[in-house]
Design a protein around this ligand. Structure first.
Ligand code: URA
Length: 220
């Protein structure tokens, strides 16, 4: 159904594919190898905003009194502590500004991981997060859920530091990576704009969009 998000559950936390037409349209523009660095970055930012809207849909609300210019009324506000956005460097940064435009007071945790090109294992080189992760909802931002090694390592580390309520936000997931991630962290739900066909022998998502970090920053 166009415009709806599809949810799949198999015992583990759900995977939600965000099929909103704006998300799907922008994703197709991003896949185009002729898209400029500037255009690619802009689109990733815009999709970040749209995914932030979807992934925060079920945040709990609490009542709060508000004085309008005319009367006092009962309004609502998001309950609990501010969200944490946890981009996995580099490509996760591409979602950050777009998401912060909707949740400007979110805290930001940086998780520096690179993928060893031979083993495809995630190697940590930087980690900095708020100290009270146990009390917050943490959105882990990783545009390409390929082997899932980085997402698994990031969630391992965030859990080690106390996080209990985590959500993964990605742009494209590979079926192999999704299965592996859900095996490692069955309690963590996933939001993605697409689930592609498969991984190639180098760990790239097919059809995918290439290396998201390189395309965002014009490197390679
Ligand atoms: N990381 C990327 O940026 N692209 C892929 O296809 C796989 C991992």
């Amino acid at each position: 159904m166009q415009g709806a998000s599809t949810r799949e559950t198999t015992g583990a936390a759900p995977v939600t594919v965000v099929s909103h037409p704006l998300v799907q349209h922008k994703l197709t523009l991003m896949r185009d190898k002729a898209r400029s660095t500037k255009g690619f970055r802009q689109l990733l930012n815009e999709i970040g905003t749209l995914l932030a809207y979807e992934v925060t849909r079920d945040l709990p609300l609490e009542p709060i009194e508000v004085e309008t210019p005319l009367v006092t009324m009962q309004g609502v506000q998001i309950a609990g502590k501010k969200l944490v956005l946890a981009p996995i460097l580099r490509a996760g940064i591409g979602f950050l500004d777009g998401m912060l435009s909707l949740v400007p007071s979110a805290r930001v945790a940086h998780v520096g991981l690179y993928r060893d090109p031979d083993s495809l294992q995630a190697v940590e080189y930087y980690f900095k997060a708020p100290s009270d992760l146990a009390d917050r909802t943490v959105l882990v931002l990783d545009p390409m859920l390929a082997t899932a090694n980085s997402a698994i390592a990031a969630v391992d580390r965030l859990k080690e530091r106390g996080a209990r309520d985590l959500r993964i936000v990605c742009l494209i997931a590979a079926p192999e990576g999704l299965a592996k991630f859900r095996g490692a962290h069955p309690d963590v739900p996933v939001w993605t704009a697409a689930i592609d066909s498969h991984l190639d022998e180098h760990g790239y998502i097919i059809p995918g969009l290439g290396d998201a970090g390189d395309r965002m920053y014009g490197t390679r």
